[in-house]
Design a protein around this ligand. Structure first.
Ligand code: FAD
Length: 449
């Protein structure tokens, strides 16, 4: 339990960090190590961000390890956690800077907004035949919890997923795991989705002498606008022609294994162009065939065709949420300086992690695709020899966030520390916020509760 009057008695720098997950908690601990106090504002009760709500829950070992790391960071001395506080709604950026008067604001708010499905009028069908990936994965990760009170989704057979990257593979796997778990349980063969994922759907059926046809399950299909050889599930080691040729065959092989292990189908070279509507519901999509000409997607004339489906899930990428008071440039936050991550028009406000890269996926979050090894990606999709991701599979994300935060903290410590009267004001505002959300000031006991 922090003694706020003792905290306010000695001049110091105070940084407000928005978002408490991998990037925010790493920035907080870096601040603490440099003698800077960190106030970590997190919109949710728990701070785990993408790890809890975006990484499918079958990555159980990695999840447990990441929770432990984030908990360790947020329980450090000089780190003050502020849960259930969405900056931009409960508190504005201008208030933090001018009213609270902190030395700097770091944005570690991630990338949580699904890109709109590029089909005319698509968003009118949300929850009426169309779902987006982020709420769907959030539901999957939480629906078995006794206090889950979010939307409840039914997973019908024959759903289609528009996408092609790792996240769309996650979505298609979730659909099939749900369908086959249900079908097996109806046959008196109960299993959990986590167990089914670890063993694989194909191998589990084979061990019971069953096939998909025996169970009458059609499963999920991914519709991708390029070829299987282009699917971003593996990346070339360098820019050479040989590396590009090799990666194409690695991708084809990986997708072949995905099809066998998780019974997912992929329909390549299909571009969604129009909704199919019946009684105000989306009942499928009209697709146009494509071909790759000099690496570019070219639409094939007179190739439009209907694909009917009981559910369409769009999984074409996540970008930063539009937050009140933050300047945006297209779908990204507008940064004046990409090296320090300083936000345009908001001096003293810096971005890091997925909020800075503007992307929610592994490849784009990493500095270079080359760092993303084939093994990591195969393990991510449940196709590697080890079956599960290494517990330190995300060490790059932790190190990356610390390195990004270091530039902002270096700027902060050049300035005058905040005097005790300013700190006393911050302590008062902090205490009022803690009271409003029922937080007692001790991170460990809050998380345990
Ligand atoms: C196996 C694997 C390996 C990876 N390797 C790397 C890597 O090497 N390098 C890398 O950079 N990335 C990597 N990634 C990607 C990784 O997902 C992200 O880097 C990381 O998890 C993103 O963390 P984040 O804190 O930036 O965002 P999130 O996890 O999305 O956290 C954002 C937090 O901010 C909160 N929040 C959002 N808006 C507000 C607001 N307005 N006010 C208050 N709180 C808010 C959210 O609730 C959330 O808790 C990897 C991912 C996987 C699965």
């Amino acid at each position: 339990m922090v003694d706020l009057s003792a905290w306010a008695s000695k001049a110091k720098h105070v940084v407000a960090i928005c978002g408490g997950a991998v990037s925010g908690s790493e920035a907080a601990v870096l601040c603490a190590q440099r003698g800077v106090s960190a106030l970590v504002f997190e919109q949710n009760r728990r701070p785990y961000g993408k790890i809890e709500d975006g990484l499918p829950r079958w990555h159980d070992k990695l999840r447990a390890k990441e929770y432990e790391l984030i908990d360790g960071n947020l329980a450090a001395d000089n780190v003050l956690y502020v849960p259930q506080t969405l900056v931009g709604r409960d508190l504005s950026f201008a208030q933090l800077r001018d009213d609270w008067g902190v030395s700097a604001v770091l944005l570690a708010t991630g990338a949580w907004r699904d890109r709109s499905l590029p089909v005319p009028g698509a968003d009118a069908f949300v929850d009426r035949g169309l779902l987006y990936q982020n709420p769907f994965v959030h539901w999957f990760n939480h629906y078995e919890e006794p206090d889950y009170d979010g939307p409840r989704y039914q997973v019908p057979d024959g759903a289609i997923v528009v996408g092609g990257g790792l996240a769309s593979v996650d979505v298609a796997k979730i659909i099939n795991l749900e369908l086959y778990r249900r079908a097996l349980s109806d046959r008196g063969l109960p299993t959990s989705v986590v167990e089914l994922e670890h063993r694989g759907i194909g191998p589990t059926l084979a061990s019971h002498g069953l096939s998909a046809a025996d169970l009458g399950v059609a499963g999920a299909t991914i519709y991708y606008r390029r070829r299987v050889a282009d699917m971003p599930v593996a990346f070339p080691r360098d820019e050479s022609e040989a590396a590009k040729v090799k990666v194409a065959s690695v991708r084809e092989k990986l997708v072949g294994v995905l099809e066998k292990k998780f019974l997912i189908r992929v329909e390549p070279c299909r571009l969604p162009v129009a909704p199919i509507e019946e009684d105000g519901r989306l009942v499928g999509l009209q697709f146009r065939r494509t071909e790759l000409v000099d690496g570019r997607v070219k639409e094939v004339a007179d190739s439009d065709h209907e694909v009917r489906a009981p559910l369409v899930i769009s999984s074409i990428g996540s970008v930063p949420a539009i937050t009140e008071g933050l300047p945006m440039k297209g779908e990204l936050i507008d940064f004046a300086d990409w090296d320090t991550g300083e936000v345009r028009g908001l001096p003293g406000v810096f971005g890091l992690g997925n909020a800075l890269t503007g992307k929610g996926n592994i490849k784009d979050s990493r500095k270079s695709a080359r760092e993303v090894t084939e093994r990591l990606l195969a393990d991510y999709m449940g196709l590697g020899d080890s079956g599960q991701l290494d517990a330190d599979a995300m060490s790059g994300a932790h190190q990356g966030a610390r390195a990004q935060a270091a530039a902002a903290v270096a700027e902060v410590v050049k300035r005058e520390p905040l005097a005790p009267d300013r700190l006393a004001r911050i302590a008062g505002l902090l205490e009022a916020r803690w009271q409003a959300v029922g937080y007692g000031g001790d991170y460990r006991s809050w998380v345990a509760r």
